[in-house]
Design a protein around this ligand. Structure first.
Ligand code: NAG
Ligand code: NAG
Ligand code: NAG
Ligand code: NAG
Ligand code: NAG
Ligand code: NAG
Ligand code: NAG
Ligand code: NAG
Ligand code: NAG
Ligand code: NAG
Ligand code: NAG
Ligand code: NAG
Length: 606
């Protein structure tokens, strides 16, 4: 197992390893830290199967076939029951993940609860180029520019990346549904399981939720209904607004302080506040880095003059980003991430003795945080003294960093459900991000809010590309991902029939979902409705069938929450989502087969 390293881009790397795509959930660690349920993954093995699929669905040029994996639980299946298709999205499926999703070893899951109620055949699908479903073997490549570790790519790259597209991967499911009988899974009702005879119902979150919505629109004759949780259906290069979800969840004092301080620190970095302030910042950053393990760096054991030599704006900007990193935040929400930073920031006690007192910089970052937080914020309480605010920010960064190290360390050391080919998954995800999705979650220098302009989109894009992809592949990628190809499904405006959309109030990815609040970018401001649309009919424009879970983050409803939210602990997004979806299915399922037009099921009625 790799240990997290806390410097600059390596911190980014560490986060990505364990959380590369939007759907990646870091289950274990918080359950152990704050959860109550014991877990035991051993002893369950959900059977896996494979089906031979064309690498290229759209041309006849003999591109060959590959084996794609899927898992099935038919415990509750009764002939005539529907198929529920749970899409894993951008992550390979480990045996423990399969057991968690299809055998509920870690608590109830939406797909199996539905399976019990509707006599369902439950399928778990692995996406091409992830896990053990690569169209070409994933092989070690030359070390890329910034990577201290191995990087994988499909044999024959960069050409062999060409089949990793949204369209190919959507068509995989169409092919699978129409050819399930040729796959390894067999029972006596294979004919019956065709989407012509049996409703196929999609359940998925995040990118997998996108795929369900896109497919319901693209192939309504195959996917009859979809539960799409937290789907970023709008592709966009600039993902800076993803931080707005984080920002909205911060207490007003912390939010006011961070919004004032980040642009100020940027001007200090740029030299506009003078040499003295810059030197102060550099020195605070230096000791903050050293002091992570205080026992190694007693005062006097280092040379503070080096601070200027080693200081880089991006290192500092990366540290400041960590407390608001959407990667971590999206799984746990404010309570277990940014709150640690905010509490420290608001309780910084200027001038009070820290744990190490005879060094003025170490004294700042080892402050004891004994001040009473003020409702109006630290700056307001201190006459808007930005130099003092900078000290408070560096102290809070130090506190958060120690917390973050523990979190990441625990996640990487003891996670029991690592995907079977995690390194390869990261490369595949980076390829998809840079070829089609965008969603680069860093600051936009024109609209800096809580992320420094030195941690901006182009910096972050380069960094991640150069960590996980080879020069040859990068050279083949477009400068900007081709988002238009995806957005033709409707983006924020997508509105297929028989579809439920759900999301968490503070989900960073909400910026790209049908419930986006980012009207300044053109988001339509759809609101959820619990009025069930007639089958085959989309809801009224401006509404979507579904709900927003207060206080929650990314995909909170497809399984039991594994952490204890501080808000409404009795409120269960899983139960609420299931209730809404079953009520809708009871309306939609009876219409199955009634809406054929020219042998194809109607797309949708506008
Ligand atoms: C975990 O479950 C398996 C199968 O039920 C059982 O054999 C094993 O003893 C359990 N382990 C623990 C630590 O409870
Ligand atoms: C199917 O699901 C049930 C309920 O979660 C579980 O007990 C059973 O082990 C699962 N079977 C397989 C083969 O995954
Ligand atoms: C801190 O450094 C000391 C001395 O090198 C070492 O024994 C200890 O394990 C380190 N602690 C952490 C958390 O890395
Ligand atoms: C701070 O105090 C420690 C011992 O308490 C001493 O070893 C160290 O040299 C002092 N550092 C400075 C910068 O005065
Ligand atoms: C401290 O660092 C400065 C700048 O790098 C260097 O010029 C100086 O020699 C160093 N002092 C010692 C005692 O190493
Ligand atoms: C001020 O900050 C503290 C510490 O983070 C927080 O608990 C409190 O809710 C905040 N108050 C307001 C009014 O934002
Ligand atoms: C702001 O705080 C700094 C300490 O960081 C102090 O030196 C300075 O005098 C303060 N400025 C004002 C105007 O109070
Ligand atoms: C990981 O698990 C081992 C064995 O249970 C335990 O000793 C260790 O403390 C755990 N590490 C973390 C970071 O939780
Ligand atoms: C999953 O289980 C199968 C069947 O026991 C085994 O062959 C395979 O190696 C396991 N996969 C992983 C990644 O552990
Ligand atoms: C940045 O702010 C401007 C002015 O408010 C706005 O027009 C633009 O859409 C914003 N861009 C992003 C990516 O938020
Ligand atoms: C990749 O390109 C960079 C500069 O563009 C170069 O420094 C590096 O050596 C190249 N790596 C390989 C493996 O060719
Ligand atoms: C729905 O509303 C959006 C935003 O107002 C608009 O762009 C779109 O064309 C509308 N769609 C339909 C089908 O009326």
């Amino acid at each position: 197992m790799l240990l997290p390293v806390l410097v600059s881009f390596l911190a980014v790397a560490t986060s990505f390893e364990r959380g590369h795509g939007p759907a990646y959930h870091q289950h274990d660690v918080l359950r152990r830290q704050v959860g109550t349920q014991p877990y035991n993954y051993t002893g369950y093995l959900v059977p896996s199967y494979s089906i031979s699929i064309p690498r290229d669905h759209f041309t006849d040029a003999g591109h060959g076939m590959y084996n794609n994996r899927y898992f099935i639980n038919d415990t509750y299946y009764q002939p005539g029951g529907p198929v529920f298709f749970y899409d894993q999205g951008e992550e390979g499926i480990s045996n423990t993940t399969a057991a968690r999703v299809l055998a509920e070893t870690d608590g109830t899951t939406a797909v199996m609860e539905l399976a019990r109620q509707y006599d369902v055949l439950a399928i778990l699908w692995e996406h091409r180029y992830y896990g053990l479903s690569p169209p070409f073997p994933m092989v070690l490549s030359d070390p890329p520019r910034f990577s201290p570790r191995p990087v994988y790519e499909p044999q024959g790259a960069p050409e062999s990346w060409q089949y990793l597209t949204i369209e190919q991967a959507l068509e995989d499911v169409v092919y699978f549904a129409n050819n399930l009988k040729t796959g390894q899974y067999q029972n006596t009702h294979m004919e019956q399981l065709s989407p012509k005879k049996t409703p196929w119902i999609w359940v998925g979150g995040s990118y997998a939720g996108d795929r369900g919505a896109w497919l319901r629109q693209r192939n309504p004759e195959v996917i009859y209904s979809t539960w799409s949780s937290s789907p970023p259906t709008q592709a966009m290069f600039d993902g800076s607004t993803f931080f707005n979800g984080v920002l909205r969840s911060l207490p007003s004092n912390c939010s006011a302080d961070v919004r004032a301080m980040i642009p100020h620190i940027d001007t200090v970095i740029s030299g506009k506040q003078g040499e003295e302030e810059l030197l102060k910042l550099q020195r605070l950053d230096y000791v903050l880095g050293l002091a992570t393990n205080l026992s190694n760096y007693l005062p006097g054991s280092y040379n503070i003059s080096e601070a200027q030599d080693v200081f880089t704006p991006s290192t500092l900007a990366t540290r400041l980003w960590q407390a608001f990193s959407t990667i971590i935040y999206q799984s746990y929400g404010f309570s277990y991430t940014s709150r640690v930073f905010c509490d420290a920031l608001e309780s910084y006690a200027p001038g009070a003795p820290g744990r190490i007192q005879n060094d003025s910089y170490l004294n700042v970052v080892t402050n004891l945080g004994t001040s009473q937080p003020s409702p109006s914020g630290f700056l307001a309480q201190h006459n808007g003294n930005l130099s003092l605010g900078m000290e408070a920010m560096m102290y809070a960064t130090h506190v958060y960093q120690a917390y973050y190290v523990d979190l990441v360390f625990a996640v990487s050391e003891n996670s029991s459900d690592s995907p079977p080919n995690g390194f390869a998954d990261v490369a595949s995800w980076e390829y998809q991000v840079n070829s089609q999705f965008g969603w680069i979650q860093a600051s936009n220098p024109e609209n800096v809010t809580i992320i420094s302009q030195y941690f901006n989109i182009s910096y972050y894009q380069q960094l991640t590309e150069q960590q996980y992809l080879t020069n040859a592949t990068i050279a083949e990628l477009p400068d900007r991902p081709g988002v238009a190809e995806i957005n033709r499904y409707g983006g924020w405006n997508i509105n297929p029939s028989n579809t439920m959309f759900t999301d968490g109030e503070y989900d960073p990815w909400r910026a790209a979902t049908v419930y986006s609040l980012e009207s300044q970018l053109g988001a339509p401001g759809n609101v959820p409705t619990t009025e069930i649309p007639a089958c085959g009919q989309p809801p009224k424009n401006g509404t979507r069938y579904g709900t927003i879970y207060p206080g929650r983050v990314h995909v909170p409803d497809l399984a039991e929450e594994w952490y204890l939210p501080d808000i409404d602990a009795d409120y269960s997004p899983l139960r609420i989502g299931l209730d809404l979806f079953t009520k809708a299915l009871d309306v939609w399922l009876p219409c199955f087969g009634e809406d054929e037009v020219d042998g194809k099921r109607k797309r949708f009625v506008a």
